[in-house]
Every structure is written in C-alpha cells, then in structure tokens.
Design a protein around this ligand. Sequence first.
Ligand code: NAD
Length: 262
Amino acid sequence: FLAGRSALVTGSTSGIGLAVAEALAAAGASVVINGLGSAEQIEQAKAQVSQAGAPTVAFCAADLRDVSAIESMMTEHAGIDILINSAGVQFTAAFADMPAERWDSIIAINLSAAFHTMRLALPNMAERGFGRVVNIASVHGLVASVQKAPYVASKFGLVGMSKVAALEYAAAGSRESGGVTVNCVCPGWVETPLIEPQIQARAAQHGGSREEGVRDLVREKQPSQRMSSTADIAALCLFLCRREAHNMTGAALPVDGGWTSQ
Ligand code: NAD
C-alpha cells in the first residue's frame, strides 16, 4: 500500500529504525536510511532494506547533532511522504553524576533533531495532502525512571512537541488523500543494542548471565515479562502510515506490556 511513496527513517542503521525501514520497504516504499556505523554496517542495512522490497534505497550520513547536516538531508529529500524519527541515544547516571555534555547530546539527538526534520518535512506534506510522521519516543515520554534525566526530558519533550505538530497540521489534506498525521510510539523494553549496557549491568548482578539480566530488567517494570522485538514496533509504525489511520494524530501509543498502566 506504499507503492509510489517515499520514506526517510533516522537512526535506521540499527535496531528499531532498521526494522521500520524494512517494513516500509516491504509495503513498497522507497526508503532513505540514516545513522551512524561502520561502512560494513551501513552496507548491511542498505542490503536488508533493499531485499525487503524497496524500489530504491538511499543512505544519508547526516550526524543529527549537526543542524546544517539535517537541513542538507531534508533539502535533498524534500519529497518524502513518511518521516520516522528513530535515532536515539541513552546514558544512565544519577543526577549528580550525569556529565553535562551527555545532557546536550541526548537532547540534540533525541529531541532537537526531530524538531528540525519535522519543521522541514511537514510543510511539503501539507502541500501534497498526505504525510506521516512517526516519532519513536518511549514509555519514558509518559513516565519517569531514576538515572535517566536527559533521556526522560527528551522523550517527554518529543511527545509534547509531536502533539503541537499534530494540531498545526490536523486539517491538512482530506480523508481521501490521507491527511497529515504526527504520532509517537512509546515502547517499553525492546531488544536492541541501545539497552545492552543496561542488560549487562543486570547480568553482572546475576553472575554474568545475560538471560537473567534480561529477566531482571523486564520483571521490574514490564508486567508482560517479555521484551518487544523490533519487528513488533515496526508493525505499529506501518499501520500508522495507512490511509485509514488519517484520524489518528497526536497520540502517544504505548507498546509496553502494561508498564504505564500501573
Ligand atoms: P539502536 O542503538 O539500535 O539504534 C539507534 C540508531 O540511532 C542507530 O542507527 C544510530 O546510528 C542512530 N544514531 C545515534 N546517534 C546518532 C547521531 N548523532 N546521528 C544520526 N544517527 C544517530 O537503538 P534502538 O533501541 O533501535 O533505538 C531507536 C529509538 O527507540 C530511540 O529513539 C530509543 O530512544 C527508542 N526506544 C528504544 C527502546 C529499547 O528498549 N530499545 C525503548 C523505548 C524507546
């Protein structure tokens, strides 16, 4: 259902972003991937998205801490119908131990970059009467946890900012054209490299068993007791891109095994 559409997915050299890029490709979209990583990792990501069925796959190396790099990326790909902001970083430390530069980089990548991609993409989407923005926020855009001040601040900011954009573009397009929507997906634990340091820290408390580390993490906050896969998150993002989702906008959708229901 995405034949003829094009999508840009930030942070798609790994994890959730890569799975979303593959899902969009499998639905027929042309895909621009973006993110950091070795040449080999980037080639691998491009190959996976291509094999998933994308008619074209491009890679943009923009480092999202650099506003002018984001501007160049968005100028080069001004015609995108779908924008997925998935790039994100995490660093855990208590308030007093949080390095000031971590605050700056987490806010820049997790929040400010999405502001810049959205402000540059949304006017073009409105002109065409169709557009989809899906921001990968987190349960930490809805509730807090200790040792995550910059991350929680960035994700609450992302949820709030997305609601503003949803309101400003709510009346763009029509039911037939699909409209312009802006939503957040709010995962609990998803097994990706992002959470590996947290898994390893828990594993160390359990004699080095990674499996026990994972169990310990989900036991604490995620009542389903199981992590999501990246493909689970991608399936919801794909649904939000459907024409039928034209009236779903401004939502922050938890995929958290009940975490935020407690
Ligand atoms: P990941 O580490 O697998 O992927 C992160 C991606 O962001 C990579 O492609 C990386 O290259 C890219 N990135 C990082 N810094 C960048 C920069 N300066 N410029 C450009 N790209 C950059 O992590 P993930 O788990 O797939 O995370 C994706 C999103 O999902 C993040 O926003 C994260 O906060 C969110 N999230 C993850 C979980 C989880 O449990 N894994 C839970 C909730 C939300």
